[in-house]
Design a protein around this ligand. Sequence first.
Ligand code: ADP
Ligand code: MG
Length: 245
Amino acid sequence: MNVPLAELSDVRKVYGSGAAEVTALGGVSLAVEAGELVAIMGASGSGKSTLLAITGTLETPTAGTVRISGLDAGAMTPRQRARLRRRALGFVFQDFNLVPTLTAVENVALPLELDGIPLREARRAAADSLGWVGLAGLEGRYPDDLSGGQRQRVAIARATVGPRELILADEPTGALDSDTGEVVLTMLRRRIDEGAGGLLVTHDARYAAWADRVVFLKDGRIVDESRPEPVSMDALDASARQEPS
Ligand code: ADP
Ligand code: MG
């Protein structure tokens, strides 16, 4: 049996206390295997972002366990969790979260540099990663001089640079038009097909259809699960050829 890249067991998350208490997750169990993209759908406030933040060890659960590649995140020190995030996890958010004063290649190299990888090596890996998302030649651009789709591709390059193997994307297409959103999803899907695992929060059934599994959250609980028909490689190639504006 392969160890899942991420495994949540009966995870609960309660914010606040007393009258202000909010149960964001009410006992969620979920595993993500290598090569698997799991989409999370649900109404606003159903706990999707909390689920992603807990899987990414950015938040700690009130109860239950989170294992990343078999290691219990709750048993780690904050420092060990920070190192795990820098090395093994990649995050993509709706608002890109790029550093405006760094060029594209510097943004992508940042997690590697923070992890102590020598500058030249980090920049080389970052340039490779930018080439992989179709941004060769734009390494020196600042985020302000890139389109929304290009910025999100920089964010995907950063989330997947180096050896990281679990990609956590919270509405990555939320700020993009549909053509650009499809290109970004194509990049994500490719990386998953190369062996990463991914959790994708989305409101959009079109994007959820690219997942291997769709999990539906309601009031902090998984209420349904489905397996979309696989998206054909022809459709993947067609959308990968579209150049976003
Ligand atoms: P979604 O991403 O599906 O919109 P969230 O995970 O953001 O849902 O939120 C789930 C519930 O937890 C909501 O009721 C939200 O108001 C609450 N919540 C989320 N983050 C916090 C926080 N930091 N403090 C207090 N309540 C929070
Ligand atoms: Mg959210």
